[in-house]
Write a protein that binds this ligand. Structure first.
Ligand code: ADP
Ligand code: MG
Length: 392
């Protein structure tokens, strides 16, 4: 009997597992699934790409389906930090529920409220939502959580980073107190512990490996160059790795635009993702990129967490992120589910302090590629300046 079979998930979930070709549960899945099936609250922490989505979806959808088979009404609410992640989670749910009488609705910003309101009134045993739009609909009196039994806060650390704390508190205040809650996170800052104790009851903590560790199957290097040479270096890397599917991260929206323009001038077609685009444009960009109709996707950190696009071979950081944890999230877009990945970072003098912080976080020195035409030697500052501002 396969290891998944032993977990005794609902047979529609088993069919999905078979169809997906998953051979055995990942570590977080093996640990979380039995506890969630038992009705316990969990606080699940495991790094990006470790299969956290299925770790909560498989058991909670199984419970929901079992409830329905018994004739009981129940609902599952999943909060996701970004629209892209909500869409992906919703697609998996639809695939599992395809041959059941249950349905799922997607509540995200950037699209018409009307269609969402219609889908809520007609279906909605499962609701996948981003916090902002859900708060709007609750305030309009359009969502009813009376039958809600299961609640998931996915990528909770990112939610907090994105400033959703108040929205989450508001939403939770509208949920029945008697419910099962799963809190899922890639990192474990203090704020997560706090939110856990405020929304969960005696949760079982499952900590596999936190996000500060990089997947061993991602090969990382840094390229030192002058800021004004980054454009040339980027083009030469795209040429060198011309057979690869590439995701390029830039610091801000204007950075993304500049890189896309640069690529256009060099006849390289690229899609882009940042917060100035409509949701339809963002979906289209991901669609073309996942189908490999374009080889390059240029994005801000909006794409650095949660979303799972298969087949990304290479992540290029055009700049390093100021927050070291974002580096780990960004490069975690490649090397997913035991595939190999490559992560290259372009570093000018401006990036050096960030590089120091990243190396400290991941506990290793990233190798420098010196044999390249734009190499410029820089020193990585060894520690913070002495005249740090005194604590107030
Ligand atoms: P996380 O939320 O931890 O970042 P995801 O849930 O997005 O990770 O899963 C990452 C990838 O691993 C997805 O492409 C998913 O299809 C795949 N995956 C999940 N569970 C398994 C499994 N048991 N066997 C093989 N692949 C899996
Ligand atoms: Mg996830």
């Amino acid at each position: 009997m396969s290891k998944f079979k032993q977990l005794q998930l609902h047979n529609l979930v088993d069919s999905f597992i078979l169809k997906s070709g998953y051979k055995e549960p990942t570590e977080i899945q093996a640990n979380a699934i039995p506890l969630l099936l038992d009705g316990l609250d969990i606080l699940g922490i495991a790094k990006t790409g470790s299969g956290k989505t299925a770790a909560f979806l498989f058991p909670l959808l199984s419970r929901l389906l079992n409830d329905f088979d018994r004739g009981d009404q129940s609902k599952l609410l999943i909060l996701s930090p970004t629209r892209e992640l909500a869409i992906q989670t919703h697609e998996i749910i639809n695939s599992i529920l395809e041959y059941s009488s249950l349905s799922s609705s997607l509540i995200i910003g950037g699209v018409s409220k009307r269609a969402q309101i219609d889908s809520l009134s007609s279906y909605g045993q499962v609701i996948v939502a981003t916090p902002g739009r859900l708060v709007d609909l609750i305030k309009d009196g359009l969502v009813n959580f009376d039958d809600l039994s299961y609640f998931v806060l996915d990528e909770a650390d990112m939610m907090l980073d994105m400033g959703f704390k108040d929205d989450i508190d508001f939403i939770v205040s509208k949920l029945p107190v008697k419910r099962q809650t799963a809190l899922i996170s890639a990192t474990m800052p203090k704020a997560i512990e706090k939110i856990s104790s405020s929304i969960q009851i005696d949760p079982k903590k499952i900590e596999i490996e936190r996000e500060s560790t990089v997947n061993q199957n991602i090969d990382q290097s840094v390229y030192f160059c002058l800021e004004e040479n980054k454009n040339y270096l980027l083009l030469s890397l795209l040429e060198q790795f011309s057979d690869m599917q590439v995701l390029i991260f830039c610091k801000a929206k204007y950075g993304v635009r500049e890189v896309v323009d640069l690529l256009k001038r060099s006849q390289i077609e690229a899609s882009e993702i940042h917060s100035d685009l409509t949701q339809a444009q963002r979906n289209e960009a991901i669609h073309f990129y996942s189908n490999k109709e374009v080889r390059v996707l240029v994005a801000t950190d909006i794409a650095s967490r949660g979303i799972d696009i298969g087949g990304i071979d290479l992540v290029i950081n055009f700049n390093l992120p100021e927050d070291a944890t974002y580096y780990v999230h960004r490069i975690g877009r490649t090397g997913r589910a035991n595939n190999n990945g490559l992560a290259l970072s372009l570093c000018s003098d401006k990036d050096m302090p960030f590089l120091r912080n990243i190396q400290k976080l991941i506990g290793e020195n990233i190798s420098v590629v010196r044999d390249q035409p734009f190499h410029h030697e820089f020193q990585i500052p060894s520690k913070k300046k002495k005249n740090r501002r005194r604590r107030r």
